[in-house]
Design a protein around this ligand. Sequence first.
Ligand SMILES: Cc1cc2nc3c(=O)[nH]c(=O)nc-3n(C[C@H](O)[C@H](O)[C@H](O)COP(=O)(O)OP(=O)(O)OC[C@H]3O[C@@H](n4cnc5c(N)ncnc54)[C@H](O)[C@@H]3O)c2cc1C
Length: 370
Amino acid sequence: MHDVAIVGLGAMGSAAAFELSRRGADVIGFDRFTPPHTFGSSHGDTRIIREAYFEHPVYVPMVQRAFELWRDLERVSGSALLRQTGGLMIGAPGCALVAGALHSARMHGLAHSVLSAGDIRARFPALNPSPDMVAVWEPRAGVLSPEACVAAQLEQARRGGATLRFAEPVSHWQAEHDHVSVTTGLGRFRARRLIISAGAWVGTLLPGMRLPFRIERQVLHWFEPVGDVDPFKPERCPIHLWQFDGERFFYGFPDMGAGVKAAFHHGGDVITAADVRRDVTIDEVQALRAAMRRFVPAADGRHLTSTVCLYTNTPDEHFWVDRHPGHANVLVASPCSGHGFKFAPVIGEILADLVQDQPVRFDLGLFRWR
Ligand SMILES: Cc1cc2nc3c(=O)[nH]c(=O)nc-3n(C[C@H](O)[C@H](O)[C@H](O)COP(=O)(O)OP(=O)(O)OC[C@H]3O[C@@H](n4cnc5c(N)ncnc54)[C@H](O)[C@@H]3O)c2cc1C
């Protein structure tokens, strides 16, 4: 019998596999594909990591731990995973993005400053805020490479002795009083504890439960800069999030070598992981281009490519990391509402603590079953 079975080896599952195997646990993990892959939520070259967390100050200590753990993973794996660029949260003064980032920065004493639209334009010539916009600047923010992060976590888990089974979907699981059995097309496996980290497929592994999760189709786009690429280089262009026209959000990255990547945050079609449309329409490209024309005009060059990715949202857009309400030996860590990647190693650590009945050092109140 294994100590822990993990269903889903994307961002969260691979992090848990790494942390548990590092602690000496006997881990078996399953994935329906061969991660890192492009069918779930953890692909597309880049992910933002930021510290002045506008969503809620409770995330700040977690992201601070995540920074340590990503650097630690870089050391043990020898891979470059995190590039610091600084970050800008841009919008009208008082909007959720700006006010929330400022609140977290002040509450946790984070390095930050508030920039006017003129300051933003002068310091970061790629960006063109409207005159009424301001930004919270934070120096620690940066860019993670998600495929490399997942690959490094899996490789370290394997080195720690974890058994990782790819292209082997789990069809169902059953909890007994002292163990859990997990069934795939190739057999039945027993473990003392189970972690379900199946991302956008989580609902298929929790049949019969009335889950409020919403799977949202999100499209990422890459554009060639018009003219000089210099203003988009990571030394000159931070990651940038924008709240505009009321409740609309988009974000962009510096050019990391493959063009300028940008996307809307939310506003996508509600779908299921099984029936998501993977092709991208011209209208979708044009909609993002229109926002870029206003706020990042020099990125309005040739459209290079687009890809579809999945958000798994809770109604309040906080995470869901908790024990299964009916089975204390089963943990669910999946819906991360489109902002979970940066936290993967700290969620891996939290899952390992919960599995091993160790105290968790973070406030998980927002992430409970609800
Ligand atoms: C477009 C986009 C942009 C984002 N930007 C950011 C960002 O900038 N910063 C940030 O922090 N977060 C960001 N996020 C959110 C973040 O990427 C996700 O929260 C995170 O990747 C989710 O990880 P996961 O492990 O839950 O899912 P995944 O990485 O998708 O892993 C789930 C895994 O479960 C497997 N699986 C499913 N069903 C089964 C089964 N039955 N049996 C076996 N395996 C199964 C799947 O194959 C998959 O590999 C973004 C997400 C998207 C889609």
